[in-house]
Design a protein. Sequence first.
Length: 356
Amino acid sequence: MTRGRRPRAQRYDRELESPQATCAGGPQEPCPTGWYFARFSRHLRRGQVVPVTYMDRRYALFRTRGGRLGMVDSQCCHMGADLSRCGHVREENLVCGFHAWEFDAEGTCRKIPGADRIPSRAAQRSVPVTERAGIIWFWHGSPAPEPLDQLDFAEDRRRYLCLAGKVLVCHTDLLPISEHVTDASHWPYAHSRGHPMVSVPVRDEGRHFSFRIQPADSDGIRIHHFRPYVLVSMVNPTTALVTPLPGSPPDGGPPRMAFVAAVSPVRPGVTIATWSLIVRKLGPDWLLWPANRLWAAFLWRLVKRNHDADRDILRWMRPVARDLWSAVDGPTVRAYRRFYRRNLPPAAEEPASAGT
C-alpha cells in the first residue's frame, strides 16, 4: 500500500521548531492530571502521522486507516529512529521507516519483518487519546482517564458545528497561561469596552471548578456581545468551557454556543494556548445549510476578535518572582490556583535510604 501523504505543517508547528521556541532551560514543572489539547481533528486525517511535543517529550501522533488514534514515543525502541518523521501508517499500525517494525495504537509491536518472535520489550510508551468537539486530546496522569462528558453534547453533529480556532505559542510556563481565563479584572480592558466585571463562584471542589463572569453594575446588560454573563467551567485543570448564557440561572440544557480554551505545556518555558468554537445550528442542514455556516462563521470571527485581544499579552507574559495582588483582582485567580494545585499528581515518594 502506498504511504499516506504527510499532513501539512501548521504555522505553530514551524514556530515550535524555531530556535527561539526550543532554547528553554530548566526541568519540566509538574502538570495537573487531566486531558490536554494535542491537535485539531481536521489537522490529522486517516493514514497520517505528525510529530508533537508535550511536557518535554516527543511523540508520534497518528490516525490509522480505520480511524483509530495513537500517540506513542517518537523514538523507536529498536534503534532510535524518529517514528513521527520517518514512520508511516499501514492499515492499523505505525510502521518505522528504518526497519519496518510495526506498532499498534497502544504502542505494542505487532510485526518485525523476517522475525519469527517479537521481543517482549518491543513496545513504545503510549498515552491515552480521545476525540471530542473537533479536538484530539491526550491524557496525563496516573489514574485511569476520565470521560470528557462535559463535551459530549458537541458530538451531536445534527445539532452542532465544531470549528477549529487558532493556536498561540506562548513563551512561558503552564500556570500563567491557564489561569488567565479566571482573571475577571482584565475583562473590562480586553473584552468588555471598559465595563467592570466581577466573578461569582459556582462550584469549587475536587476536580470541579466553575464560576460566572458578569457585569459589576446591575444595570450592565452584556459582556461585549455576550448577554448577560458567561459561565466558565473547567473541563480539566487547564481547559475551560466558556458558555455565554442568555439568562439567570442557567437551565442546564445544551448551550446555544460555547468555546473551548485549552492550554498545553510543550517544554519548560514554552506553552500553547488554543481555542475552538461549538455552535448550535439554527435548524437542520437539509433546510438551513448556508445559514448554519454563515452563522457559525460570524460567531467564529467574534470569538477570534476576543481571543486576539489577549494575543500579545499571553504570548510574551512571564511569571513575576513574587505575587503582587490588589483588591480589584478578586478571589477567582487565587481559587483557581488552589484548584490547579490540588489536581497535581502526588509527589513521588523519597527513595528509602540504603541500610548500613
